[in-house]
Design a protein around this ligand. Structure first.
Ligand code: NAP
Length: 294
């Protein structure tokens, strides 16, 4: 399937891989207001429709020819790949296909954080290293953890059993809408041909999980607490609650990062790029408060 619109010779053509994802879908709805043509790249044969005028192309990572075919005539490629053991191979295949087909600029959604064996941080390091070696203009977006991660705590908060292994460590959380807003600018801005850049994207402040519990208490009108567990106990509970060991390991790894206050940098990059300060966690909690109710 490849139903690209016809006036791509005039307008900048932007392809978005991971089009059905959290960041990809919002980015597409933002770009739909811009004078560009948009190609949504997805593995899905059918999905919730994209805004009018957005073309789609189906990707099959097991058939590399589909990647080359999808990217023909594309100027800029955004990559937002979901967390998966296939992530490194899939993103590298997309990058290589983009270089081969003459894409001018790749913007890749990566992650903020140090070199570590923990995934997905380690996967992003491998992909970034590959992108860095390829002869193509590129921008990596390195956001801190998304506020959406708290959605997983919704039912536990509602039932009064919220717990984790993050202790009293601090973390800067970002609203994923600010990531999409920044991605839009990174795709639309003029950058020097061949340049390699990285943007570190953060929210406005750091939080501990007990501080978030306190904020939720105020919004819900009853006391919310965050109980402390060891990483092993947290892993056990997550798997007992139906998560795969793969997802449990990623989440316990994140708790470890929070516990050690690893992601506490605050940057001004979101505001510099978008002209608007990053959204606050308090506002995000207010908007999403129903998730934390019984
Ligand atoms: N969550 C966080 O706190 C956080 C923080 C910083 C960075 N990040 C990074 O941001 C990226 C996630 O962005 P997002 O939230 O937009 O992603 P997402 O919603 O989880 O998924 C994005 C899309 O990736 C595509 N995809 C292709 N192959 C996949 C596979 N094998 N498994 C899962 N998805 C696959 C899917 O689109 P189709 O089905 O349409 O192909 C999916 O909708 C990750 O690389 C993550 O490491 C996340």
């Amino acid at each position: 399937m490849h139903n690209q619109s016809t006036n791509r010779t005039q307008a900048l053509s932007i392809a978005v891989a991971g089009a059905t994802g959290r960041v990809g879908r919002r980015l597409i709805s933002l770009l739909a207001q811009d004078p560009v043509t948009i190609l949504a790249l997805t593995r899905q044969k059918s999905t919730t429709p994209f805004p009018e005028g957005v073309a789609t192309a189906e990707l099959d990572f097991d058939q590399p020819s589909t990647l080359m075919k999808a990217l023909a005539g594309v100027d800029k490629l955004f990559i937002a790949h979901g967390t998966s053991p296939q992530q490194v191979a899939n993103e590298i295949a997309l990058i290589d296909a983009a270089v081969e087909t003459g894409v001018r600029h790749i913007v890749k959604l990566s992650v903020m954080g140090p070199s570590t064996p923990m995934n997905p941080f380690a996967w992003h390091s491998l992909i970034e290293a590959h992108l860095g070696q390829r002869s193509i203009t590129s921008t990596v977006l390195r956001p801190t953890t998304f506020m959406d991660v708290l959605k997983r705590a919704g039912s536990a908060v509602a039932s009064g059993t919220w717990a984790g292994a993050a202790g009293n460590g601090r973390v800067n959380l970002i609203d994923s809408r600010d990531v999409a807003d920044s991605a839009r600018i990174a795709l639309l801005e003029e950058v020097a041909v061949g340049s390699k850049r990285a943007y570190h994207l953060t929210g406005p402040r750091n939080w501990t999980m007990p501080q978030i519990a306190e904020e939720l208490s105020g919004l819900l009108g009853h006391e919310v607490t965050y109980a402390h567990r060891s990483p092993a106990a947290q892993h056990y509970e997550l798997v007992a609650n139906g998560l795969s060991p793969f997802v449990a390991e990623i989440l316990v790894g994140l708790d470890r990062i929070f516990h050690d206050s690893v992601l506490t940098e605050r940057t001004f990059t979101v505001e510099d790029l978008t002209g608007t300060p990053p959204r606050s966690l308090s506002a995000w909690l207010r908007e999403n408060i129903d998730i934390f109710k019984k």
